[in-house]
Each structure stands twice: as C-alpha cells, then as structure tokens.
Design a protein around this ligand. Sequence first.
Ligand SMILES: CN(C)CCSCc1cc(N)cc2c(=O)[nH]c(N)nc12
Length: 384
Amino acid sequence: MSMSFSFQVEATQGAARAGRMITPHGEVETPVFMPVGTVATVKGIPQDLLEELGVQILLNNTYHLYLRPGVEQIRKLGGTHKFMSWDRSILTDSGGFQVFSLSELRKVTEEGVSFRSHLDGSSHLFSPESAMASQIGIGADIIMAFDECTEYPAERTRTERSMELTLRWAERSKNAFEAHKHEVPWFAERGKKSQALFGIVQGGMFPNLRKESAERTVEIGFPGYALGGFSVGEPREKTAELVANTVPLLPENKPRYLMGVGYPEEIVQYARMGIDMMDCVLPTRAARHGLLFTSEGRLTIKNQRFASDEGPLDPNCSCKVCKRYSRAYLRHLYASNEVLAQVLNTTHNLSYYLDTMRRVRQAIILGENSVSLPVVRSPHLSAT
Ligand SMILES: CN(C)CCSCc1cc(N)cc2c(=O)[nH]c(N)nc12
C-alpha cells in the first residue's frame, strides 16, 4: 500500500513550525485552521467559494452524518468527498464529543456510549469499533480515535479514570481501524491508500495526567495526535499552560491538532506553541449571530452605529465582502434577517481566520525573528 499519509516540517521559529500534510485527497499546509462543515456543509458557503477562500481541509461530523443521512447511505454514494463534491481533504471527529454536547439519556460503559438521537429519540451505541466503522464508511482522510472528553471541572480521580478509559478505547480504535481500513469507499481509486487515524490526548487539568496520557497515547502509536479535553469551559490561561507543557511530549515529526479552538488571538498563540491544526465553530457560528472578526477587533454588526457607515467591514481585509459591501448594508441585511447576511458574514469571518493562519505560516517561513505574527486585537471596538 503506497504512503497514505505524510507530514513534514518545512520551517521552524522557536516552538512554531510550518509544515505540509499529504492525504489521499491532497496537500495541507500547516499551521491550518479547519472550517467546521458539520452535516457535510460549511453552513451557507458553497464548495466553490470554500475553494476560492483557500480551504484545504474541512471537518465533517460523524455523529450528525451517522444520524442523517446515515453512514450506509454515504458509503453507497462513494463516501463524503463524492457526496458533498469536495475533492480536497476532510477530517471527521469520532462522535463521542457530540453525543455529550447534543444527545439525551447517554450512558457510558466500558463498551462505549449509549444515547438517544436528538433528532427522533431512537437509541444508539457508539463504541471504538462502531466509530471506526462509521468513519471508514463516511471516508474522511483523517479520522479520530473514540475518546471520552473529560468534563470540566473534574476531580483528579474522575479525570484519571476517564483518561484510562480513553487509553483503552484508543487501543480498540487502532485495532478496529487496522482490521477494516481497506474498506474505505475510495480505497481502490485512490491508489490503495487508506485514512490516517489520530490519537487523542486527555488528562483534564492535571499536568501529570496530561503527561501520562501523552506518553501512553504515543506508545500506542498514531500518525498524528490531537489534544482533547480543552475548550470545555476551563480558564484560557489553564488551556495555554497545559498545551505548552504537553506539546513537547508529542513527536516533532507528527501533526498536533488542538480540538475546538479558538478565538483569532488563540489560533495565533497556539500556532506559536507548535500546534499544527485547529478547528472551531466560532467563525461560522459567530457570523450567524452578527459577531464579526476584523483586524481592528470584534464588532457586532447590528450595532446602531453602523447604520450609516459606508466603509468596509475591515479596511485591511481583501475578501470579496470587504471589497464590495458597506457596514451599513451588512447591518441592514442582518437586521432584516436576510439569508445573505449569513452568507456574507460567514465568508468574511472564514476569510479572516484563513488569512490569519496563512500570515502565521509566512511569518514562520520568512524567519522573522519575533515570528511577527498578526497582531490580533480581541476587544470589542469601543462604541464611537
Ligand atoms: C466541530 N468541532 C467542534 C468538532 C471537532 S472537535 C470536537 C471536540 C472539541 C473539544 N473541545 C474537545 C474534544 C475532545 O476532547 N474529543 C473529541 N473527540 N472532540 C472534541
């Protein structure tokens, strides 16, 4: 079987690194921000516009696609790339996290997580084996081990038990994946290449447990490693401290994926720490609520003060929204609850995130001594 997945570091600046992943569906330059396309769509943005924005890899959600339209349906249609007509890379999460954030009546046992669908109340069980079968049937390029995202806050004993469960599930995930990886729908047409299964490090807010989880997950052995159990309500300083201490325990020649992060200033901060991949619903979800990220800070477009503002959303942004429409018009669309408001707001926010990450990568490659990363102002633009 030819090389299914590879990653090489191309430049470094301190802990930060610029790299390149190669998946069965193309190349991904890192650090990379991955837009969330929950039900095989990045809400409101068609695939050709995603390509225009330079999206190299996007997320699909196993939990949602398993419930609707179903894994079998997607597999029969050739997998999710064909299904959503996306010929670049895709990553899916293993589904456990969404069970906890979306479904009712869930119960965790050694076997897995039983739950009721948030759509129709039907009963289901997710296990390491079923999560591998689902992700293989859906056919993303990078898939995740089935883990338990330890809730926050959690006592040390609870956190340790949860970490141990995730490690046992990681072994089972890898065994099931190795046994069935050739069943991915595009196996033959993509030169008998298979998916890459990433392990997920847990350990909650305890440095020693994070260390133990990282070391034992690396011992099991995966082509890439995710840091889970963050962005679960903990103080951001705590996240930063634990990520900074855990990253050095992961192999330098494999990608590191920090799940569910974050604000623009955070994706810059974590890329500096040596994180290669990040995903977050923030840019797309915030856009739908009129919260827009700009080089001058955040702004809420429905604010009265934009009613007669003929200027662009962000004077320093080259996206097609900032090039064409005024803040006054964007505010009018949002106030009128027009569908175009969602489309234009999401286009800008995604463009801002992707451009920020591209600039981080450039700063690392150009070797600017301070890795002069984009200055990201986070406060709300003061009302003028
Ligand atoms: C749309 N995205 C939010 C989904 C991909 S990232 C989901 C996600 C987010 C966070 N914060 C923690 C975890 C975690 O600990 N484990 C898993 N499997 N997924 C996680």
